[in-house]
Design a protein around this ligand. Structure first.
Ligand code: 13P
Ligand code: SF4
Length: 321
């Protein structure tokens, strides 16, 4: 415990000395989220992280989350130094959507508008007309559909299916998924609902359609946190990464938050409602990033790629504002 508080104090000092600010996602460890809050950084969903990073006055951003979040920050603020606790923190959606194959898919349908989820590499974003995050995807696709556009959607097939169902848009889907959300089980969730009949079910739309169907609220991490405050229920079953419980519990200490069941059990579930890449972000890794020379921590994006990826990202931020 002594070492922990020492580490926290040292990171605080490093943030000051380096003119750096901590930008953290809701899925990171509670102690990282708390530190971001205490030091004037942010804890947010992926859209808000992008906006916060872009608008921050500090010269250095330390992005606690996964790789695409650091890359997005760098694309939006090339003049800033963007550090991550580890560059190894990727995402199954990013892995499952290699730029070369995705480009071929797009090239085969040149009349389609390409909409990609933020959980992708800079190279995939560079091929897109629009980038979206889960908090704004529905509105943007609705907008494109109203203009009569045919859409290529990638890479999350569950989020894509949810949006297609809600909007009726014509969408060609890349077949990717989030290994965390893909594991939630509708069958087991129904059983759990029977045990807690008064509970509201909160679901991130990266979950399978059968799970989304059982939801009282569907949305991005920020939108789910908001729903957990606004709905009158005392108990919530939550189908997203368990990192989100820190904020939900903080905002509503008297409410009960329960993890939605995954298909496996402790021994057999692959991710057990916690993203293995988000889990790579630790306090020691943040310390290393801030105290080192950038090696192994600093995000760089090829400048030509950056300029191309900036266009659809700016389009999203402009639409959201
Ligand atoms: P939000 O955009 O809802 O924060 O979540 C995206 C995600 O899955 C981050 O891993
Ligand atoms: Fe990717 Fe899923 Fe992890 Fe989010 S939770 S970073 S979508 S693997």
């Amino acid at each position: 415990a002594a070492r922990k508080s020492e580490l926290r104090d040292e990171i605080k000092q490093l943030l000051k000395d380096k003119n750096a600010v901590l930008v953290a996602h809701y899925y990171t460890d509670p102690e990282i989220q708390a530190l971001a809050e205490e030091t004037g950084g942010c804890v947010a969903d992926s859209l808000e992280m992008a906006r916060f990073g872009r608008d921050a006055d500090q010269q250095t951003l330390i992005v606690a989350g996964v790789r695409f979040m650091g890359e997005t920050a760098k694309i939006l603020s090339p003049e800033k130094t963007v550090l991550m606790p580890t560059l190894e923190a990727t995402c199954s959606l990013d892995i499952g959507c290699p730029a070369k194959e995705f480009t071929e898919f797009c090239d085969a349908h040149p009349d389609h508008t390409v909409v990609v989820y933020a959980n992708t590499s800079a190279a995939v974003k560079a091929r897109a007309d629009w980038v979206v995050t889960s908090s704004i995807a529905l509105e943007i696709v609705e907008h494109l559909d109203q203009q009569g556009k045919q859409i290529i959607w990638g890479p999350d097939r569950h989020l894509g299916a949810y949006i297609a169902k809600q909007t009726g848009a014509d969408m060609l889907m890349w077949q990717g998924e989030c290994i965390v959300h893909d594991e939630f089980s509708a069958q087991k969730l129904r059983d759990m609902k029977a045990i807690y009949p008064d509970a509201a079910v909160l679901v991130h739309p990266e979950s399978p359609a059968s799970v989304v169907e059982l939801a009282d609220a569907v949305g991005s991490t920020s939108q789910l946190i908001k729903a957990s405050q606004e709905l009158p229920n005392e108990t919530f079953i939550v189908a997203t990464d368990k990192g989100i419980f820190y904020k939900m519990q903080q905002q509503a200490p008297h409410k009960n938050f329960i993890e939605a069941p995954t298909g496996g059990n402790g021994a057999t579930c692959k991710s057990c409602a916690h993203c293995p890449w988000m889990a790579m972000n630790g306090m020691q890794a943040i310390h290393n990033a801030l105290s080192g020379n950038g090696k192994g921590h600093e995000i760089s994006v090829d400048d030509q790629l950056r300029q191309k990826a900036l266009v659809p990202l700016d389009r999203m931020l402009g639409f959201a504002e």
